[in-house]
Design a protein around this ligand. Sequence first.
Ligand code: NAG
Length: 469
Amino acid sequence: MVSPESQAQHPSSTMAKHALLRNRASLCFSDGCLFLGGVLMALLLVWSFSSFAYPPSASQTLAASSSSASAAAGAPPECAAAAAPPRDSEESDNFYDDPELSYSMERPMRGWDEKRREWLRQHPSLASGEGGRERVVLVTGSQPSACKNKIGDHLLLRFFKNKVDYCRLHGCDVFYNNVLLQPQMFSFWAKYPVVRAAMLAHPEAEWIWWIDSDALFTDMDFELPLERYKGHNLVVHGWTNLIYEKKSWTSINAGVFLIRNCQWSMDFMDVWAGMGPQSPEYERWGHVLRSTFADKLFPDSDDQSALIYLLLTQKDRYGDKVYVENEYYFEGYWEGIVGTLPNITREYEDMDRQGPPALRRRHAEKASRHYAARRAEAAAGAARKRPFVTHFTGCQPCSGNHNQMYSGESCWNGMVKALNFADNQVLRRYGYVRPDLMDSAVVKPIPFDYPAGGDGGDGGDGGGGEGAR
Ligand SMILES: *[C@@H]1O[C@H](CO)[C@@H](O)[C@H](O)[C@H]1NC(C)=O
């Protein structure tokens, strides 16, 4: 057992302290934990003032002493130059220690940018993601209870798996929520308390990416062009002429959006959600929105109409910060997409067959970004690209109460086709492919140099080494 006294008496114990900090959890699982825990906490508090407030990190201290030693010995100075990366500290106060701060939307957030900046200053290792890219947390979710549609939970599982796959490939984190955080904010509005809470839970994330449970990635390679959104805080898919000229409630889709983790977004969501069911004005907003948008046929105030209304009526105030994307399927309507998937599959196979060998080379899943870039180059001139996100708007996979415009079959079959289309892009990295997009249960092994070495059909070497399990 480590004795706290011996640690405290140790003359230059930065490293020991660090080691002790790391061992705190395991120490606390052994006997005598409670008493020792109290002593440790007291010591840690002292240390946090003496050491963590102006942290000379262990390695900096070491570098400094070795530098003076090596200078004395006449050694070349490069030994001293190995600058230690700044170290994260969990010991300083930050917004989490403010009892007044609330995760709920019921209390407005103030000074979030400063709060977040201070936290980031304390956690330099989390300030940006892989390759210096801005961090993104994907947030999605579904209802707390089982789906009424008998295949609903199965479909939701596959939709969720798709998001997990995408984020494993691209380094985003995923949060799946399945409880109404603020029960008075139900239906369309349930996502805002989740997004708001995710901003607080993930100060390291520059963006929160909301994606409805019935939307999926149908291009597993594509990456958000975050550079493009530099001066913007909210990104939605839509068409500006339909917003401002046609005044259509479907001119954008609020089922997928990217929102910057900043004070502007907190304020904007307060205004936006001010038209929701927790507001005394909810009913009035229902009338206002319905009379503003001739094509909106249902009476309740919904978040999508509310967003378009804010753009329409306060363009000067919000227009600059909202990016309406339509250069790619940031969010795509399934009905126009699903029918094209078999042909897109064929076109991409042709491209892979005729294109450079990199398109056919087997590779580690972790190395996918390199190959995705090669495929994007090859696809630059293609007539059609894989749609990035396909959204089954109106299909309601969980309840099964799909819009009467569509038959249930077209919804469920469309989902299966899209899910398998996407999953084939993942499975390929594991050596398999589903030959039939409508048959979820059957895969075959991919032959070497697929698809150039044959059509990958049953006549290939499926029975050979490739197929060995
Ligand atoms: C798919 O390709 C075939 C053959 O080129 C063509 O006849 C068909 O119309 C295409 N289908 C779609 C939905 O584009």
